[in-house]
Design a protein around this ligand. Structure first.
Ligand code: PMV
Length: 347
């Protein structure tokens, strides 16, 4: 055995946020995200039948350099996979990965990294056991499920345009074990969605998302949060189908601010937004209210602000940045991303 698989897989941005998990990396609430385009990871897995060196199970290179600091997270991932993919115990992968994100952008890469790796693993599984994949959808579903084991939100990165993860009465196919494709339920208004990421702070996360998920277990607003996420998901499914931008904006901003409010009201509390993040949020609200532009924001677990808008108002948004937020035209301060087509297999 000596074979390679290579995939690029994108990051995603959630509108209804996954926040809080149950054992087995299952979500406390359903979530829905857009698949991004320029923020992605490229991963190549070379399979060997002999350990690459010593008693190591795998070797991991990032940007061409061996990175033993990633070993504990990957070892944990491979341990979880032992039950799911027993054949992996006879394979000794060499993993080479790199991100397209600008260096130190403060953009979380676990969704793109874990989905790219899961796609390589499931490609190998399909080579070994083609009978397990009689339909294409089963390949994507399995990849999504394996990506989820690595990092919850990664399960939503394997589908074009948008994906839903989690059980919800409004979408009966929704499942806690894997994401499902959602592109066919999107109004054309969202097909050209832009996500401009204002990099307020490029350093890594002060508090990991795993720590944040854990704090939800005993959070005083836990039940209210679960109810809110279900309610917002129902409403989001409807407005994505009919192209209701105003309702979309309302849900997106409520979810983003609720996520950060949950962080601020955990025990111990923590705060990831910075003064500049708040200035941007106020300015986006003003831009919508005074200039009447269809713009809104969302925020991940960090201080950076995602400005969402349909492609039709790209010129107005560019002019606004050039006149009011010039500093973001400096290198590495603004990532102009958009909704994307999902992972690509590289030969
Ligand atoms: O996949 P994780 O464990 O990094 O969690 C991601 C959590 C958020 O990005 C804040 C929300 C989401 O649904 O992506």
């Amino acid at each position: 055995m000596n074979k390679k698989h290579r995939w690029t897989s994108p990051s995603n941005i959630a509108i209804v946020k996954y926040w809080g998990k149950l054992p087995g990396q299952l979500p406390m609430n359903p979530s829905l995200s857009f698949t991004l385009s320029s923020c992605h990871t490229e991963t190549e897995v070379e399979w060997n039948s002999q350990p690459p060196s010593g008693d190591k199970r795998f070797v991991f290179y990032f940007d061409g350099r061996e990175r033993p600091d990633f070993t504990p997270k990957l070892e944990q991932f491979f341990r979880f996979l032992d039950g799911e993919m027993p054949w992996l115990q006879d394979c000794f992968p060499i993993i080479r990965s790199s991100n397209t994100f600008p260096h130190s952008s403060g953009i979380a890469s676990s969704a793109s990294a874990m989905s790219a790796l899961a796609l390589c693993l499931v490609s190998m599984e399909r080579d070994l056991f083609p009978e397990r994949f009689p339909e294409e959808l089963l390949f994507w579903r399995r990849s999504s499920e394996m990506a989820r084991i690595g990092s919850g939100s990664a399960c939503r990165s394997v589908f074009p345009l948008a994906s839903l993860w989690g059980k919800t009465p409004s979408v009966p196919e929704g499942d806690d074990r894997y994401g499902i494709p959602f592109a066919h339920r999107l109004h054309p208004l969202f097909h050209g969605l832009r996500d401009y990421i204002f990099v307020v702070n490029a350093s890594g996360k002060a508090v990991s998302s795993s720590a944040g998920h854990t704090l939800m277990a005993k959070h005083p607003y836990r039940e209210a949060r679960i109810a809110q996420a279900h309610h917002n998901l129902d409403a989001l499914v409807s407005c994505l189908a009919c192209g209701d931008w105003n309702e979309f904006s309302r849900i997106s901003e409520e979810e983003a601010l609720s996520l950060h409010a949950l962080m601020m009201s955990s025990q111990p509390w923590y705060l990831l937004l910075e003064a500049e993040s708040l200035n941007l949020l106020q300015a986006i609200k003003r831009l919508r209210e005074s200039a009447g532009l269809p713009v809104c924001f969302t925020i991940d677990a960090g201080p950076n602000i995602h400005l969402l808008f349909p492609e039709s108002c790209e010129n107005e948004v560019e002019n606004w940045i050039a006149s009011e937020w010039k500093d973001y035209l400096l290198p590495g301060k603004l990532i102009r991303d958009c909704i994307g087509k999902g992972p690509i297999e590289r030969s």
